[in-house]
Design a protein around this ligand. Structure first.
Ligand SMILES: [Zn+2]
Length: 313
């Protein structure tokens, strides 16, 4: 596939090209774009979210120490093992002597495209277009929370600095995505919002659920139930292991509550889910309209409830 064909190929799949359209982009200066910092992030859909429950608090306590330790162990050949992930240990393999906090460590998605072969990161300013060099890992915060199907995981992102103009950017910046081929863009698992992030699988499930008339409120409740169930499963596993190994007269330590700092449980509001979905669909409005006129359909139906396109042949 030559470069022209490749460009046409990518333009036909705006979903992936526009994943980064929701990323907050910086306004210059030396701040790292998309670091979780209210002074450096320019408004995105998060501005429209009611309340403050969608804010992603910085990691703290045992989970912060866990993530910090994992990041410090990442080497340049990290992707040679064939995965973007650092998975938390399966609770079965956690030592029975471990504190309950060991069961609360999150999965980590490591997003450092410069570690991939044949990827050159360019300056975020097209008029400069200088080569960028690696400048460590983001530390403000050290990882960004992503809401998944039954738990939250965290994005660990890289920092870059332009060799020409010395401007800096985060690996979530759209310029980083622009230099990546489509098949690499597709590996990025989340949609980034102003202060948080939502797993793409959850978003696509939300779209499909809306198409089946589930509704935002019901979807949100299902998501809460899934997250609560996962927390309960971990607690049962912890208690079961403690019961099988401890003296019958000793009491195991209480398992952390869902919203505790140690467990870090979180589910988004229906307002947030609604805003993400609307933004996602509106960003693809032109592509969806083009799809409607392309196939030789007898009837095409599309309404304003942002359902998946219906095609009746
Ligand atoms: Zn530059």
């Amino acid at each position: 596939m030559n470069s022209t064909t490749n460009a046409n190929f990518q333009s036909n799949f705006p979903i992936f090209n526009q994943i980064i359209a929701m990323n907050a982009s910086g306004q210059g200066g030396n701040n790292y774009d998309n670091d979780y910092n209210e002074e450096t992030i320019v408004g995105d859909i998060g501005d429209e979210v009611e309340g403050s429950t969608e804010k992603c608090p910085p990691l703290s306590g045992s989970r912060f120490e866990y993530v910090k330790k994992k990041i410090s162990g990442i080497k340049k050949d990290f992707y040679n093992k064939g995965s973007f992930w650092i998975r938390a240990a399966n609770p079965i393999f956690i030592s029975s002597c471990s504190a309950p906090s060991a069961y609360c460590n999150p999965d980590l998605f490591i997003w450092a495209p410069d570690y991939l072969p044949k990827v050159n990161i360019r300056c975020k300013y097209p008029e400069c277009n200088g080569d960028c060099s690696r400048d460590g890992w983001s530390d403000n915060p050290i990882a960004r929370r992503v809401v998944g199907f039954n738990t939250c995981y965290y994005l660990v992102t890289a920092k870059y600095v332009c060799k020409k103009c010395k401007k800096k950017m985060n690996s979530l910046h759209k310029r980083v995505f622009e230099v990546l081929p489509l098949h690499i863009q597709m590996q990025f698992p989340a949609i980034i919002t102003h202060r948080s992030a939502l797993d793409l699988g959850v978003l696509h499930q939300l779209r499909a659920s809306m198409a089946e008339s589930m509704g935002i409120w019901n979807f949100k409740n299902a998501l809460v139930a899934n997250h609560a169930r996962r927390h309960m499963e971990l607690e049962i596993i912890y208690l079961s292991k403690a019961q099988s190994t401890q003296n019958v007269f000793s009491q195991p330590t209480d398992f952390p509550e869902f919203f505790s700092e140690t467990y870090g449980g979180f589910t988004p509001s229906e307002h947030y889910l609604s805003d993400v979905l609307i933004k996602f669909v509106f960003d693809r409005e032109q592509s969806m309209a083009a799809q409607m006129v392309t196939p030789p359909a007898q009837v095409i139906c599309m309404d304003q409830s942002f359902k998946v396109l219906l095609l009746v042949r």
